[in-house]
Design a protein around this ligand. Structure first.
Ligand code: ADP
Length: 164
């Protein structure tokens, strides 16, 4: 089984890494596809998010990190993946993830969505909250790796006025 894990990863957190680690035990390959996501206008550039994801996952085997191009299901097909991986934290994720999985099934009935839950210590963790903690000068070391920590500190120091 080859799985495609699409997301914004703005930035990648230990929650995302936990999901990839679990999937890598089930699948022969996990492709982490970092999306441009125009609707979210990410804080970090696509190149930077790719670099941080590569670094966060460097110790895992059978992982590929790449930029997500076009429709997720089409991209999965092009990559030879028959499964889309998503992480489920709390009930609050459910509505959106259920809708997304349903739409993807309509578009590509042959591709399944696989949901995994993270270790409970990451169940409340999101990239949005991590960015907010960084902006307010909080300690992020239990949520993200050192490269991401440094990048977040740089962004909050710059005080660019961008909503990061
Ligand atoms: P998207 O913008 O597509 O939701 P994200 O980068 O925010 O992209 O998340 C990608 C996937 O990872 C989503 O399925 C999301 O629910 C999941 N995810 C995010 N944070 C965590 C976490 N702490 N634990 C488990 N899954 C997570």
């Amino acid at each position: 089984m080859i799985v495609l894990y699409p997301g914004t990863f703005d930035p990648i957190t230990h929650g995302h890494t936990d999901i990839v680690r679990r999937a890598s035990r089930l699948a022969s390959k996990v492709i982490v596809a970092v999306g441009s996501n125009h609707s979210k206008s990410p804080c970090f550039s696509l190149e930077h998010r790719l670099e941080m994801a590569e670094y966060a996952l460097k110790d895992l085997e059978n992982i590929e990190v790449c930029a997500l191009e076009g429709l997720t299901v089409e991209f999965a097909r092009r990559k030879g993946a028959n499964t889309i991986l998503r992480g489920l934290r709390a009930v609050s994720d459910f509505d959106y993830e259920f809708q997304l999985a349903g739409m993807n099934r309509k578009l590509a009935p042959d591709i399944e969505t696989l949901f995994l839950t993270p270790d409970e210590k990451y169940a409340y963790l999101s990239s949005t909250l991590v960015r907010e903690i960084a902006r307010l000068g909080g300690d992020m070391s239990q949520f993200v790796n050192e490269m991401v920590c440094a990048a977040l500190e740089e962004v909050s120091d710059e005080q660019t006025g961008k909503n990061c």
